[in-house]
Design a protein around this ligand. Structure first.
Ligand code: 48F
Length: 262
C-alpha cells in the first residue's frame, strides 16, 4: 500500500463526483432536515440533485435536538415518513412522538445518498447565478475560505432550480434581496424575518410558506417561515419533513413540465 494511492483515490473520486455535479436539476443549499428531505424525494423521482452544506457534517440543527438533549419531537402526521426511513419512534401521546436526533439524521442522509443525492459538505453558497430574471445556479466556495476571509474567487454550478434550505437565516433569499432588490414573491418583496417561538402556529404555517419565491428559487424549512414572518418552533420537526417534501413535489411537477421525465 502506497500513501500516494490513498491520495490519488480521494482526489480522483471526489473530482469525478464534483465534475458530475456541475449541471444539476436541483441544487439544495443546506443539509438540515428540510433540505435533506427535499433532496431525498427528488432523487427518488430520478432527478440529479446536490446538497451544499457549509459545515463539516450534515443534519443542520437536528443532531443538537432541544438544547443539546439529542431527542427530537415529531407529530403523528409524519409517522409514515419515519416508517419509510426505518426510524424508530416512541409514542408520547395521541399527537406527539419522540425520536433520536442522530438516528433520524443518519437515516435520512443515508437514504438520500444511496439513491444518488450528492452532499458537498464544507462548501458554502455565497452567491447565485442569474440570467434574464431567473436564478439558474449557485456560486460556491470552501467554507474555510469564507471563514478565513481569504480572497479566493469561487466556482459556479448550474441548476434548473435551487432550494434555500439554509434555516433561520434564509441566506439565499437574503442574497436575492440584497443583489436583485425587493423582488421576492412575499407580501413586501423582502425577507420579513422569523417571529418568536410559537410551535403550533409555526408548524401550521410552514407548509403554506414553502413555495417558489423568485423564478428558479424555492424555499423550505425554517427559511420559509423566516421569509414570511412566521414563528419559530424549537425542537419539533414534523413541519421540516413536510416542507421539504412539498418543495420537492412542486419542483418535480415543474421539471416534468419541462420534459424532464425520468
Ligand atoms: O438550520 P437547519 O437545520 O434548517 P432546517 O432544515 O431545519 C430547522 C431545524 O433544524 C430547527 C428548527 C426545528 O423546528 O427550527 O432549527 O430549516 O439547516 C440549515 C443548514 O444550512 C446550512 C447550515 O450549515 C445548516 O446545516 N447553511 C446555511 N447557510 C448556508 C448553508 C450557505 N450559505 N451555504 C451552505 N450551507
Amino acid at each position: 500500500m502506497d500513501e500516494m494511492d490513498i491520495s490519488k483515490i480521494i482526489i480522483e473520486d471526489f473530482t469525478k463526483n464534483f465534475l458530475d455535479s456541475l449541471n444539476l436539476d436541483v441544487a439544495v443549499i443546506g443539509a438540515g432536515p428540510s433540505g435533506m428531505m427535499c433532496a431525498y424525494r427528488l432523487v427518488q423521482s430520478g432527478f440529479k440533485v446536490a446538497v451544499f452544506e457549509r459545515h463539516l457534517r450534515a443534519g443542520g440543527g437536528m443532531p443538537g435536538g432541544g438544547m443539546m438533549f439529542n431527542t427530537i419531537v415529531i407529530q403523528k402526521d409524519v409517522l409514515n415518513i419515519f416508517e419509510e426511513l426505518g426510524i424508530s419512534v416512541r409514542k408520547y401521546n395521541e399527537q406527539l412522538y419522540a425520536a433520536g436526533s442522530i438516528e433520524t439524521v443518519s437515516a435520512l442522509c443515508y437514504k438520500a445518498v444511496r439513491l444518488g443525492a450528492k452532499i458537498f459538505n464544507l462548501m458554502s453558497v455565497e452567491d447565485i447565478v442569474v440570467r434574464e430574471n431567473k436564478i439558474c445556479g449557485v456560486v460556491i466556495n470552501w467554507s474555510s475560505v469564507v471563514w478565513s476571509k481569504l480572497h479566493v474567487d469561487p466556482l459556479a454550478v448550474k441548476s434548473e432550480f435551487i432550494v434555500d434550505a439554509t434555516g433561520h437565516d434564509a441566506e439565499i433569499c437574503r442574497i436575492v434581496e440584497r443583489k436583485i432588490g425587493q423582488k421576492l414573491i412575499t407580501p413586501t418583496g423582502s425577507v420579513a424575518g422569523e417571529k418568536s417561538m410559537w410551535a403550533e402556529e409555526g408548524e401550521k404555517q410552514i407548509v403554506d410558506n414553502t413555495k417558489e419565491v423568485y423564478p428558479g428559487l424555492f424555499v423550505c424549512g425554517m427559511a420559509a417561515n423566516a421569509i414570511f414572518g412566521s414563528p419559530r418552533m424549537g425542537a419539533i420537526f414534523g413541519g421540516m419533513f413536510l416542507s421539504g417534501e412539498k418543495a420537492a413535489y412542486i419542483i418535480k411537477k415543474k421539471l416534468e413540465k419541462r420534459g424532464k421525465n425520468v
